[in-house]
Ligand binder design. Structure first.
Ligand code: UDX
Ligand code: ADP
Length: 476
């Protein structure tokens, strides 16, 4: 008989842990789900009475939290106690790319994973199933396994021997559609070598997902499948972005090309939208993991192949900044440029690896005054990437020494006043509903609109006397 799961603990209340556990609690009212985090502020935000203050914005998440929180879903910093009580532990902590040391710039930093494994080793009681949920380099399960196994003799008292099973259960949710992706996933992947443990985890998902969609593989296939899925998706975006510039130069239209190729069922129509380059916490990190893995196995051609997907992404961002500067007569110094959207895609407040960061930095470096708008992003996240918000008047003063400054507004209409250009970076739906007569009246001439997502009504912009450039379409 496999173990019946009554109590789950999830380490890490982030973009993966929070929504995933909320949906498990929602679908499994018979299971107690404890989500723990070392960050007290984050836990407090998850416990906020005002559901608009949850640390993560995800459509539909607030309703699920309202249904489950403090019934069978709990957020706290009580890590030790909840590890001890758990039948199953999900590890959903952050694994950013290393910034220094061995593998810097490529390998994932596993220090938080290792710390979790050590905490589990110390506080778990009896038999515990440990699930690797964060996206991780292939063979990380081996690290967790070693830490847990070697701790058994140290912490086990004879009567109560600690035992562990380690499974990989990568999360495929995409931010902005996380709840829908969790409620109705294309597949659930469980990698491991112990059938009983796999069955225990499968049973949780079987509360709302048909068995046929729950795939069982070995540990390494599961880990590698997750990296490969993200690498393939990222590759499609880089591929279509290379085609976008060919369209701009030849008079083709990237949307028409995407549609034409997407109707071929072997290609499929998803992930063919040209844009400012992919962002988010996963694609670049996972590609780098793949590159690092290939290099460490001496497979340099394979490493180079996947590295090129990242290179093209960086190139797309750079070419957009360059193009904006060129269209504004080769200089943006002292010019006011509205940045529409700072999150890495619509329907999320997440800014990690957003293309808005690089494009904003490039324009600031050239002395621009940026006024940034985003409906959900927190100004502190922008400060993290761009430096302090210097709330200066739009008149760039002589002390600026050529480097621009930025300010933030959540009032879209404020962005138009005296702007020389508006750059659409995130595809928030409200940007496709902009009233171009109002925008145009308030902008300086020649007023430019740079649409890096292809969501703006071109005719309306032109009718109101503004100039427009659209990714994969060019100047129109
Ligand atoms: C991704 C994977 O989709 C998900 O399965 C995995 O679990 C985590 O990584 P996420 O990063 O949340 O999810 O967002 P995704 O929708 O994949 O978009 C990533 C980036 O690609 C965004 O910046 C998005 O704007 C961009 N993108 C996506 C395009 O530029 N064009 C497209 O056609 C699709
Ligand atoms: P992801 O997108 O992978 O969910 P996030 O950065 O959004 O990543 O969330 C990871 C969370 O894990 C953070 O809130 C962080 O505070 C938390 N965390 C890191 N280390 C630990 C730990 N040892 N125990 C519990 N939580 C942790």
């Amino acid at each position: 008989m496999n173990k019946k799961i009554k109590n789950i603990c999830c380490l890490g209340a982030g973009y993966v842990g929070g929504p995933t556990m909320a949906v498990i609690a929602f679908k499994c009212s018979h299971i107690i789900v404890n989500v723990v985090d070392t960050n007290q502020q984050r836990v407090d935000a998850w416990n906020a009475n005002d559901l608009n203050k949850l640390p993560i914005f995800e459509p539909g998440l607030d309703k699920i939290i309202a249904e489950t929180r403090n019934k069978n879903l709990f957020f706290s910093t009580k890590i030790e106690k909840n590890i001890s009580n758990a039948d199953i532990i999900f590890i959903s902590v952050n694994t950013p790319t290393k910034t220094k040391g061995l593998g810097a710039g490529k390998a994932s930093d596993l220090k938080w994973i290792e710390l979790c494994a050590r905490q589990v080793a110390k506080f778990a009681i009896g038999h515990t199933i440990v699930i690797e949920k964060s996206t991780l380099p292939v063979r990380t399960a081996e690290v967790i396994k070693q830490i847990l196994n070697e701790s058994q003799s140290k912490y086990s008292v004879d009567k109560e021997k600690k035992t562990f099973d380690i499974l990989s259960n990568p999360e495929f949710l995409a931010e902005g559609s996380a709840i829908q992706d969790l409620l109705n996933p294309d597949r659930v992947l469980i990698g491991g070598d112990n059938k009983k443990a796999i069955d225990s985890l499968s049973e949780i998902y079987e509360n709302w997902i048909v068995k046929e969609k729950i795939l069982h593989t070995n540990l390494w296939s599961s880990e590698l499948a997750k990296l490969t899925a993200n690498a393939f998706l990222a590759q499609r975006i880089s591929s279509i972005n290379t085609i976008s510039v060919l369209c701009e130069k030849t008079g083709a239209n990237v949307k028409q090309v995407s549609k034409a190729i997407g109707l071929d069922h072997r290609i499929g129509n998803k992930f063919l939208d040209a844009g400012p380059g992919f962002g988010g916490s996963c694609f670049q990190k996972d590609l780098l993991n793949l590159v690092y893995l290939s290099e460490s196995l001496g497979l340099n051609e394979v490493a180079e192949y996947w590295n090129q997907v990242i290179e093209i992404n960086n190139w797309q961002r750079k070419r957009i900044s360059k193009l904006i500067i060129e269209k504004l007569f080769g200089t943006v110094g002292g010019k006011k440029i509205g940045i529409l959207g700072f999150s890495f895609k619509a329907n999320t407040n997440d800014t990690r690896e957003s293309s808005a960061i690089q494009i904003s930095r490039d324009l600031l470096e050239e002395g621009a005054f940026l006024i940034i708008h985003d409906p959900k992003v927190n100004i502190k996240d922008i400060e993290y990437y761009l430096g302090p918000n210097q709330k200066r008047d739009m008149q760039i003063d002589s002390e600026t020494k050529g480097y621009g400054c930025w300010s933030f507004t959540d009032n879209l209409e404020k962005i138009y006043q005296d702007s020389d250009a508006l750059v659409v970076i995130t595809e928030w739906s409200k940007y496709s509903q902009i009233k171009w007569d109002i925008a145009s009246k308030n902008m300086r001439r020649p007023g430019w609109v740079f649409d890096t997502r292809g969501i703006i009504n071109i005719d309306e912009v032109k009718k109101n006397g503004l100039k427009i450039w659209v990714v994969g379409n060019g100047e129109l």
